[in-house]
Design a protein around this ligand. Structure first.
Ligand code: AMP
Length: 249
């Protein structure tokens, strides 16, 4: 079984990003960049499935500037066998990313696309769903447990009411929740080995894909951090407030 794992290069999740002074976006210059945490979870899951001999080949793919190579090297140090880099300096929307991934799926013919449920920079949470729609494939989103056989995937999905269990016919697109696993740190020997693994580079301009911009970013603002708090004297008072003020119970 072959698995394709899309991985996005984002500002490292341990860094608090700063909003640009003109509110046009988030400052990324000079900041540490890493693999989107949800994608690390997807790579880890693919590697575990390979270790169980359920998966035979893992291909990582990243779309963006040439530096996405670093993200692909991390995926290969964790266990992906080879990578594809689609180079573009454009700001791409989820529909465009999904169209690019669709082309790569058509070329690579994986049985499964295992990807993050959302990118930690724009929190769009859309690409996996759009990709499944474009391909006409089954989709399992926000997956916190995955059991895979040669023609079926059983997924546990985190939903508001609890956990939903679904059986999906392969091929499928599965998007990962952080609860799925604890990603490994790549060992130094594996980091060295990953340097020799192949990265195929394709320019987006050579792919015959329309990347029309449909969304316009108007402004980015700092989230408000101040929250009003009060100290209550008893559990009864808390229950009363939850019932009558917040109306949540
Ligand atoms: P989003 O819909 O933007 O929140 O992203 C969901 C998932 O799509 C991410 O976790 C990645 O797996 C994938 N993805 C989004 N953008 C890219 C990109 N530029 N390169 C590779 N994968 C991406």
């Amino acid at each position: 079984m072959k698995v394709l794992v899309p991985v996005k290069r984002v500002v490292d999740s341990n860094i608090k990003p700063l909003v640009k002074s003109d509110n046009s976006g988030v400052e990324t210059d000079g900041l540490k960049m890493s693999m989107n945490p949800f994608d690390e979870t997807a790579v880890e899951e693919a590697v575990r499935l390979k270790e169980q001999n359920i998966v035979s080949e893992i291909v990582a793919v990243s779309i963006g500037e040439a530096k996405c190579q670093d993200t692909l090297r991390t995926a290969m140090a964790m266990g992906a066998y080879r990578s594809i880099l689609i180079t573009s300096d454009e700001l791409l929307e989820p529909l465009s990313i999904a169209k690019i991934l669709q082309k790569i799926v058509e070329k690579e013919q994986p049985n499964l696309v295992l990807m993050g449920k959302q990118a930690s920079d724009d929190d769009t949470n859309a690409t996996g769903q759009i990709l499944a729609g474009l391909l006409g494939w089954s989709q399992g989103t926000f997956v916190s447990k995955l059991e895979l056989t040669s023609d079926k995937a059983r997924v546990h999905r985190e939903i508001d009411e609890g956990v939903q269990i679904l059986d999906l016919t392969l091929p499928a697109v599965i998007t990962t929740d952080l609860r799925l696993n604890e990603p490994r740190f790549a060992s130094l020997p594996n980091i060295m080995k990953a340097r020799k693994k192949p990265i195929e580079t394709i320019a987006l301009s050579d792919m015959d894909i329309k990347t029309t911009t449909r969304l316009e970013m108007l402004s980015v603002k700092e989230a408000s951090t101040s929250r009003e708090g009060i100290i209550l004297n008893s559990v009864e008072e808390l229950v009363e407030k939850l019932q009558n003020e917040a109306k949540v119970i």
